[in-house]
Design a protein around this ligand. Sequence first.
Ligand SMILES: *Cc1c(COP(=O)(O)O)cnc(C)c1O
Length: 396
Amino acid sequence: MNESLYGRLGVPVIVNAKGAATRLSGGVLHPEVTAAMAEASAACVDMIDLHAVAAAEIAAATGAENGLATSGAAASLLLAAAACMAGLDLAAMARLPDARGLKREIVAIRSQRNDYDHALRGAGARLVEVGLPDRFAGAGIRDAEPWELEAAIGPNTAAVLWVASARARPPLEEVVAVAHRHDVPVIVDAAAELPPAAKLRTFIAAGADLVAFSGGKGLGGPQASGILCGRRDLVMSAALQMLDLDLRWGDFDPPPSFIDKALLPGLPRNGVGRPCKADKGAIAGLLTALRRFLAESDEARTARWQAPLDHIREELPDLPFTPVRGGIPRLALQLADFEAADRLYRALLAHRPVIHLDHSEMEAGRLYIAPNCLAEGDAERIVEALRILWPREARR
Ligand SMILES: *Cc1c(COP(=O)(O)O)cnc(C)c1O
């Protein structure tokens, strides 16, 4: 079905063993998720009603006070920055991304800087970097210190950013303690932290004020979907800066748990987050994926992902695979060096169908096979390609 659609369009179908990368179109959705998207697309609703239901489901799943369905984790970050800068000040919302005169600084830990923080700057925020990850020189063991965060917080600080990772220093609890001492909210970028399912709640439980998750990664939702969850007033501000509000004040009647009209002097204009709008089909797909994600245990999910990896190992017993455990299991393929890994990587790109592996550690001569975006039959396609292309001298 997909093959024939893409065939008609003249777009080659690839084997995605890299994982849910945006450039490779995210993952392959469960039929229940695509059915929800199609069903949602066949009728019209008031988007505030759909968003309010999504808010309640996201809040229940994360333990947060409020939630918002967005078009991706990057969108969630832009909205988070806008919320922290404007709060419920409608004039400030109208002015963004011109943030002059507002608290506009977001303190970011230098070692955690990445391309996604463009999203924060897109709302008008200015990043203030702290910390010196001195491990690079070999001797160092330090990264950013709580006192450095403290020193960077001032009258113009809108928020502190923490990018979730096992490597992130200082730990979130210490960042929250410093930020909250100064009444500054903490934004957590947890885009790629799921599974395990427990992480839906971890960051809120640790005191984060806003948390961004990707819907299209481990959650199994549409590629352009995401979650923002956290403090009621901040999520409310984010929602007000994203929603289409071409309404009369008297006709605006959202449930107070999502948007509390009593806290507003009037309706804001369509805001800086308008390009982050979530499609009704994407929201339906996201909520369906979220329910499926919560209904399946981490063990069952891992076993489901492990099956194609086991198949590949069994079919190719003389290849030096190493299983890697973690949120999403993978197979590591160790080659002699970078050149050997690069040759195999490029041979798989020249193969038909094109096979994309995870090449994030190619410098070390290592490639990975990720199972979570494989379609039916892809494990066999990988086996067939590696049988031909794996260098003879690199076999066991
Ligand atoms: C993937 C990712 C994002 C962006 O997520 P989208 O849902 O694609 O917008 C942001 N931050 C980090 C750390 C990511 O890994």
